[in-house]
Ligand binder design. Structure first.
Ligand code: PHB
Length: 387
């Protein structure tokens, strides 16, 4: 009898205690490539999420925000499995991260089935937000940022160009957007080249660029890969041959720009974020990010992570820490704020980010290389959704 009473009492106590404990924390599952070829994306986003919480406090609406960081090594099956575990076992309120398009695509059905908001902080293929109504994006899209450089090229006497992109979602988006805009403005794309995502060798492709007679090569490679491309561009003598390299800002990534050396000088790109962006909010961000991370410079991935954490925290605040997936999602839609990149809006209809896109040139300032912004397209909506 005594033992049965004890068991019953223990059961009653634990089931009473559990919901109370669960109420005190809001869990965020942050899935990033922390190892493997895209680890720089994970490192940048993780540091930025930590910085946001350090600056703003990790208690929101009286709840402790707990970020559970998991490494998917950039492998889509792993991302999906981890997401499933985070939802089922850890009962996370929000899934976040997603360093590459295939990782976001693989996880979208889990967000839909479990009605869990999924904040995409990195991946940038236009169609990602259409893969689940629970996806909100704080990074960018390739069509959104490619428009700027396509228009700049046509206005700056480039007539013939070759496109050279990584062969998957974002690269194909960049290739198509560049061709459409550049052609519309009188330019001609004479060849469209695609390099593999895994272990790319640019040499044979750069040789084809050289042989094509084009005045410029428009490139997209994902964050972290730009220095290898730049190195081979110089080694093959394309710069000496007078071929211009133009790109989205993924290529002149702030995380690796200083390693590129002189070959990067003068390269014109368009993108939504430069660590050199002139605003008080950005100066504060770059300074604090460096101070917390041994002088590391934040790149566009860091900004996607920082703003993503902001969008999540404000949604928790707006729902007073009591919101379910649908309430949190509703509170993410329509947020307007000043990011280190400039003014942004989470479009309530598309759940995608609307932001300024800058044209920039690599310059040496104070002994370091920077993407110096010189022109702005205001409040650009993803052209993939504008149709
Ligand atoms: C993507 O996989 O969507 C992706 C990754 C890195 C970038 C841009 C897009 O720099």
């Amino acid at each position: 009898m005594q033992r049965r009473t004890l068991v019953a009492l223990t059961l009653a106590l634990s089931s009473a205690a559990l919901p109370a404990l669960a109420q005190e924390t809001v869990k965020i599952g942050l899935i990033l490539p922390m190892t493997g070829p895209f680890a720089s994306t994970g490192r940048q986003i993780d540091a930025a999420v930590k910085l946001y919480l350090a600056q703003n406090g990790s208690t929101v609406a009286g709840k402790k925000v707990e970020v559970i960081l998991k490494d998917d090594a950039g492998v889509a099956d792993t991302t999906r499995r981890i997401a499933q575990e985070l939802v089922v076992n850890d009962k996370v309120a929000v899934l976040a991260g997603f360093g590459l398009t295939p990782l976001a695509m693989a996880t979208a059905p889990i967000a839909t089935q479990s009605k869990t908001p999924m904040v995409v902080m990195a991946a940038a293929t236009s169609s990602i937000t259409e893969a689940s109504p629970y996806i909100v994006r704080t990074s960018f899209t390739l069509p959104q940022v490619t428009v700027g450089i396509a228009e700049w090229a046509a206005k700056n006497k480039i007539r013939k160009a070759v496109t050279l992109v990584t062969d998957y979602g974002p690269g194909i988006d960049a290739e198509k957007t560049f061709k459409d805009r550049f052609t519309l403005n009188g330019g001609q794309v004479v060849a469209e080249l695609r390099v593999p995502l895994r272990s790319p060798d640019f040499a044979p492709f750069l040789q084809r660029v050289r042989d094509s007679g084009a005045e410029a090569v428009f490139t997209f490679v994902p964050s972290g890969v730009g220095s290898a491309l730049m190195k081979q561009f110089a080694e093959r003598g394309l710069d000496k041959a007078g071929i211009k390299l133009i790109a989205t800002g993924d290529v002149t990534d702030d995380d690796i720009l200083n390693e590129m050396g002189d070959v990067a000088l003068g390269v014109v790109t368009s993108h939504h974020y430069s660590a050199a962006h002139k605003s008080a909010a950005n100066q504060k961000f770059v300074q604090a990010f460096g101070a917390a991370n041994k002088g590391m410079r934040p790149n566009f991935m860091a900004v996607g992570g920082y703003d993503g954490m902001r969008v999540i925290a404000k949604a928790i605040e707006a729902t007073r820490g009591k919101g379910d997936g649908n309430a949190l999602l509703a509170a993410m839609k329509g947020q307007v704020f000043e990011s280190p990149r400039g003014p942004v809006l989470i479009d309530a209809q598309t759940r995608d980010i609307v932001q300024d896109v800058y044209t920039r040139k690599v310059e040496r300032v104070g002994g370091q290389l920077w993407n110096v912004e010189f022109d702005t397209l205001k409040a650009v909506k993803d052209p993939g959704k504008a149709k």
